[in-house]
Design a protein around this ligand. Structure first.
Ligand code: SF4
Length: 57
């Protein structure tokens, strides 16, 4: 849950592992802070990049 607190744009990265619909993909600036602070070492950035790529095609 710590990632949500470190996200500078309140994109709710934790929701990627709960319910994707809460993640504010358009707000995410790909800063990487969520993955850096993740205590479970989850590959959050890979997941976010995939979602952003899916939206852009
Ligand atoms: S990569 Fe995106 S979701 Fe993660 S902390 Fe940065 S802005 Fe927030």
């Amino acid at each position: 849950m710590i990632c949500n607190h470190f996200c500078p744009v309140n994109a709710y990265p934790m929701s990627l592992y709960e319910n994707k619909t809460y993640f504010k993909v358009e707000q995410c600036i790909l800063c990487g802070a969520c993955e850096e602070v993740c205590e479970s070492n989850l590959p959050i950035m890979e997941k976010i990049r995939k979602i952003k790529y899916e939206i852009s095609i």
